[in-house]
Design a protein around this ligand. Structure first.
Ligand code: CP
Length: 300
């Protein structure tokens, strides 16, 4: 494996390898070493978790990083193309982690340079490193990825994390409830894939009637930055607010995941319940990203 661009590209065996390596890194059984390797972190869109957990992951296994955050201090500001920027950076770094607003930019990068590319989010398209840490969080909390019932809640149209996650689970016999406002539904291309693969799913608007069936509720932020107008965003921004009173009869193994950042779709009171797992989920990102770096840099 040379790049990590989309969950569509990964087989079940490859996903299981990422999970296995992450678990061994967390337990201390594996200690990969990427000393003398340099990772370029190119973030043309804001990030807290992905940027800092990659930086943490690189350093924990002995590597070093340099970063380009935004474009204001680079020669992109002078009109340099993405092509030339990537080509140049590939002359210095051993691997590029990149986040952009442009769907397909990571795939393009992988065709332009000869070093591994990790897609850290390309517009509303894909966020595969998030999906791998989401799967790792599911294995840790559920003991398995097989036969889970999941409710994906919020912005399913623009949410790249849910697009990746649905594809990541395709070989594990999931049952999905897709809960969203009517015009933030899962894209038709993903619905088409699910139908082709005979994966169970139901599109709904209310979650009260299904919450007690779920193993995992995966909540997402309504993404203001991807709406064509503020007015459109205002209409749907508070469509779902998860509060403790909704959790009275959930299953014992029930967990709430959220890729974060959260705005107000989960109340702070929920953080104190045994069902909240989103901050541990963010921590799991460090183990998974060490696994991703180790595999792509062939350090294990
Ligand atoms: N989950 C996630 O991608 O968070 P950041 O945008 O903070 O990186």
């Amino acid at each position: 494996m040379n790049n990590l661009i989309s969950m569509r590209d990964l087989s079940k065996q490859e996903i299981e390898r990422f999970l296995d390596i992450a678990a061994k890194i967390e337990s201390g059984e594996l200690r990969p070493d990427i000393s003398r390797k340099l990772a370029a972190l190119l973030f043309f869109e804001p990030s807290t978790r992905t940027l800092f957990s990659f930086e943490t992951a690189v350093k924990k296994i002995g590597g070093e990083t340099f970063s380009m955050i935004g474009t204001s201090s680079s020669s992109v500001k002078k009109g340099e193309s993405l092509h030339d920027t990537l080509k140049t950076i590939s002359m210095y770094a051993d691997l590029i982690v990149m986040r952009t607003t442009i769907e397909g930019a990571a795939r393009y990068a992988s065709e332009v340079v000869d070093i591994p590319i990790v897609n850290a989010g390309d517009g509303a398209n894909q966020h595969p490193t998030q999906s791998l840490l989401d799967l790792y969080s599911m294995v840790k909390t559920q003991g398995t990825l097989n036969n889970l019932t999941l409710g994906l809640v919020g912005d399913l149209r623009y949410g790249r994390t849910v697009h990746s996650l649905v594809q990541a689970l395709k070989d594990f016999n999931p049952k999905f409830y897709f809960a969203s406002p009517a015009h933030l539904r899962m894209p038709s291309s993903i619905i088409h894939d699910l139908k082709e693969k005979n994966i169970q799913f139901e599109e709904i608007e209310e979650i009260d009637s299904i919450i007690n069936e779920l193993d995992i509720m995966y909540v997402t932020r309504i993404q203001r930055e991807r709406f064509p107008s503020l007015e459109e965003y205002e209409k749907v921004k508070d469509s779902y607010v998860i509060d403790v009173n909704m959790l009275d009869n959930v299953k014992d193994n029930f967990k709430i995941l959220h890729p974060l950042p959260r705005v107000n779709e989960i109340t702070k009171a929920v953080d104190k319940t045994p069902y909240a797992y989103y901050f541990e989920q963010a921590k799991n990102g460090v183990y998974m990203r060490q696994a991703i770096l180790s595999i792509l840099l062939k350090a294990i």
